[in-house]
Ligand binder design. Structure first.
Ligand code: ATP
Length: 513
């Protein structure tokens, strides 16, 4: 069986071969950690965005969406803390000259120890009947030893970060005997802070005062518009403002394909609540967002929560929804209780009041905020990773398919004339004309019908319709289903009904209730 690394490589080459993802500026050998979405990728990405938007905005009476500009007044980023604190600690290995995030090196080391615990537990589970994993973890000496190591590293790391003690961060790396995966040595430089924001200048003069930033998150566009939306939309707390759009971060280590990019897209929602109720809403959104992810049908076991040890400067609670990517469990979405940090900071820096008068308690206050923030590109990668299957068929051949939920598929229906003549292509185009107003369709007359089916399987098309001579006589066609590869003969008139229901977002959205 192919291992995860091979499967990941196959997914990357599949996405290029079938027009999902290309390296940016490939003819110039690419630009590191920047990618373009091709003809299929753009459709799949649009559908993922739409599913999020419908679930968040359309399904909630008290959530509205906006589309704020990427450029914002530079003071925004002073107020938000990004100018002073949006840093990653970086460290270089002197032998390989490779650069790493010091925090990631430590986290990966901890997760290796966690793997050891899991292995111990798995081994014991095979040995004992009526095995109680929790009991075993709390009594087995070796497991306790590993857990103590983890706790000690985590505590030292948390303290070091809080005290901004970069020398101690380096010392942890040395003490844990973490080696560079390339050179295998422990020859590390000092740890330095590195600001992740990209800057550029606005207007003709390049002076400091004209420096503006490419937004590193979409959230601030929501905060600065909080009162505009609240007043013009007559919104009552609790309410949310959602937005999707590009964000930019000069990531130090940008690997793993579209998992960590320098230009990426976020889908964020800021939920404004009465102070004191934020934990209730934090828990609500934690659950609601997890349910949304699981509704995609990629397997509940592939998701887990990870509560943050070290909270960002603005948060009083935070967790990630992690997904089992081909390279392990990693953050897919962040849920943060951001307190009133952002709105207060913008009040202070702008001199404008950003308060809400709550008629229920007859009081004005700066609302607290719970944020949900998911990376669209990471969601795309998660989708590809779980939808991609290589299956052995009964005839010994291998089929590569994308088992996407039908509502996400880039193309919903492929119409295929059996032959390029006898009026079959014309009949096929009539069917396209019938369906194209509601669905993304495609026409394909090249190669054998078998090859054409495989091409559609590879991009995840749920329905292939084949037009043959009989179609000209009695207005029937065969419809072939991607997942079962079964075919049935149906009338052209019935096609819309068969397809509409299966590809609409409705069922998935109803299941979220
Ligand atoms: P990480 O710890 O992986 O750097 P983060 O905690 O900095 O992520 P957030 O600031 O919480 O990320 O951003 C919210 C979401 O935006 C993340 O959950 C992720 O899905 C997405 N995201 C963040 N940075 C990137 C990136 N460089 N490339 C792609 N997606 C990203």
């Amino acid at each position: 069986m192919a291992n995860q690394e091979d499967i990941f490589k196959n997914i990357i080459s599949h996405s290029k071969e079938y027009g999902f993802i290309f390296q940016s500026s490939e003819i110039y050998d690419g630009l590191s950690a920047v990618y373009d979405y091709g003809q299929m990728g753009a459709e799949l990405k649009k559908n993922l965005r739409e599913y999020w938007w419908k679930a968040m905005v359309q399904m909630h009476e008290n959530i509205v969406g906006i589309d704020a500009a990427i450029f914002m007044h530079p003071t925004t980023w002073k107020a938000s803390g990004h100018v002073d604190a949006f840093n990653d600690p970086l460290i270089d290995n002197k032998d390989s000259k490779k650069r790493y995030r010091a925090d990631v090196l430590i986290e990966e080391h901890v997760s290796k120890i966690e793997d050891k615990i899991n292995k111990e537990v798995e081994k014991a589970a095979k040995r004992f009947e009526n095995f109680d994993a929790a009991m075993y973890k709390s009594t087995n000496a070796r497991v306790l030893e590993y857990q103590a190591q983890i706790d000690s590293i985590n505590k030292r790391f948390k303290d070091a970060l809080e005290a901004n003690n970069l020398e101690e961060v380096r010392q942890i790396i040395i003490d844990c005997e973490i080696v560079c995966p390339i050179s295998g040595t422990k020859n590390w430089t000092e740890v330095r802070q590195f600001n992740l924001m990209f800057s550029t200048s606005m207007g003709a003069v390049t002076e400091d005062s004209n420096i503006i930033y490419l937004r590193p998150e979409t959230a601030q566009g929501i905060f600065v518009n909080f009162l505009n939306v609240q007043k013009t939309g007559r919104m009552k707390i609790p309410f949310g403002i959602a937005q999707t759009g590009k964000a930019f971060r000069n990531e130090i280590v940008a690997r793993q394909f579209i998992f960590r990019m320098r230009e990426f897209e976020q889908m964020e929602m800021q939920f404004f609540v009465r102070p004191g109720t934020e934990m209730e809403w934090y828990n609500y959104w934690k659950e609601t967002r997890m349910k949304w992810h699981k509704s995609l049908g990629f397997g509940d076991e592939n998701y887990r929560y990870h509560d943050h040890l070290k909270l960002a400067h603005y948060a009083n609670a935070a967790c990630d929804i992690e997904f089992s990517f081909p390279f392990g469990f990693k953050e897919l979405e962040g849920i943060h209780s951001r307190t009133d940090f952002d709105l207060k900071a913008h009040e202070q820096h702008s001199g404008k009041k950003l308060q809400y008068f709550d008629p229920e308690i007859n009081q004005s206050y700066v609302p607290y905020v719970v944020e949900t923030s998911v990376g669209l590109d990471r969601l795309f990668l998660a989708t590809l990773a779980k939808a991609y299957v290589e299956e052995k068929l009964e005839d010994g051949t291998t089929r590569v398919a994308l088992n996407l939920p039908a509502f996400l598929a880039p193309i919903k229906v492929a119409v295929l004339p059996l032959l390029k003549k006898d009026g079959l292509p014309e009949k096929a185009r009539e069917i396209i004309d019938l369906l194209k107003y509601d669905h993304a369709t495609t026409f394909d007359e090249k190669d054998t019908i078998g090859k054409r089916y495989r091409r559609q399987d590879a991009i995840g098309t749920p329905f292939c319709i084949t037009v043959d001579h009989q179609s000209l006589e009695d207005n029937t066609v065969t419809i072939r289903y991607r997942d079962t590869m079964q075919q049935e003969r149906v009338t052209i008139d019935s096609l819309a009904k068969i397809i509409d229901d299966k590809v609409s977002f409705k069922k998935a959205l109803q299941a979220l209730k």
